[in-house]
Design a protein around this ligand. Sequence first.
Ligand code: GLY
Ligand code: MN
Ligand code: MN
Length: 436
Amino acid sequence: MKYPPLDNAIYTKNRDRFVKQMVPGSIAIFNSNDELPSNGDALHPFRQNSDLYWLTGIVQEDSMLVLFPGNPDQRFREFLVLTRPNELKEKWDGHRLRREEAMNISGIRQIVWLDSLDGLLQPMIHLAETVYLNTNENDRKNNQVPVRDYRFAAEMRHRYPLHQYRRSAPILKLLRAVKLPGEIAVMQQAIDITQKTFERVLQFVRPGVMEYEIEAEIWHEFIRNRATRPAYNSIIASGNRARVLHYIENNQECKNGELVLMDFGAEYGGYCADLTRTIPVNGRFTPRQKEVYDACLRLHDYAKSILKPGITLLDYTDKVGIEATKEFVKLGLLSRSDVKNQDKDNPAYRKFLYHGISHHLGIDVHDLGTRTEPLQAGMVLTVEPGIYIENEQMGIRIENNVWLTKTGNKDLMAKIPIHADEIEKFMNAKKAKVKS
Ligand code: GLY
Ligand code: MN
Ligand code: MN
């Protein structure tokens, strides 16, 4: 990890919150992710299971967490399972956590080596009526790969067929969506790194620059500020590419007179930032670009103004859609008759804005959280309307991250330049000496 350990009170509180939701006489078991093969003898970089990270802060393969709040043996009401350090393996793959280090990171007092888990767990399972197991229940995920959680669940059901089994995922979905102040502080660090990076990029972009050169500037500024990596593949989409939502080739030249849409965010301390800005390659918006940009910014501000506890994401999206329709009429994209004759299930505005306006954000960039239940204070969401115009070969999106308060929200990206004139000013300011 490039970042210093976070305050382990975050994980201790998260475990308390989970335990409070468990039924009496139950045990919950969580697994790390698999190390995933790529080709030959190579592995993809290890990515911890988000739920295990939220509960422990541990980023190491083959780790597990067991929560058994009713265990008559008080020493094992919560314990962390880690692979036993192996000196020879460490000569190849580097240091693995010792007990003391793992205790400091997670706040868990009891550490068990993986090779002794089986004998320890057997009697415990017999003392419990119910076993909580976990799978990835993200709404967008249709899991086809038999990853560790699924293999573990099948094995448990095979070995202990008469137990009750419950899903941890619905509990985690509710809990992880509402962030603790300590988590917000970490997210703010991810956002501050992203801000610094955006300001660097504003001074870097000029006609003739390649999209991948901008991507390289982003990596550079992220890593030197202790981000672990980009939170997702950066989208650097100049000209007409901006209409492709997941454009990640980033291999074209940014041309004079075009806009460049940049959607990127740092991952710091296990949490994501998710920023989008659209800027003029030559440092000046044309009148039409500014007209569309300002319409997108008004939509962004409107969306932010209604994103508060009590509203559901579904209702919120409908409301922003009504506002988008008005803006698109003003921009000459929709006629009054387009609106009058529109299909209510596929409103006319969706031709120019064909994605959601907000998603939950946290350890995952598309974080756990409900779309259908009312939003609650403590949730962090993006606000990201866009306008994509095929005839004009133009795409604009403006994305910030907000934290819901009791009565509204706090924009965690409030300090990042967003108005057209601020962006122009930054781009045309005397170039700061960019540190290499
Ligand atoms: N960068 C991914 C998203 O905005 O949802
Ligand atoms: Mn984004
Ligand atoms: Mn987003």
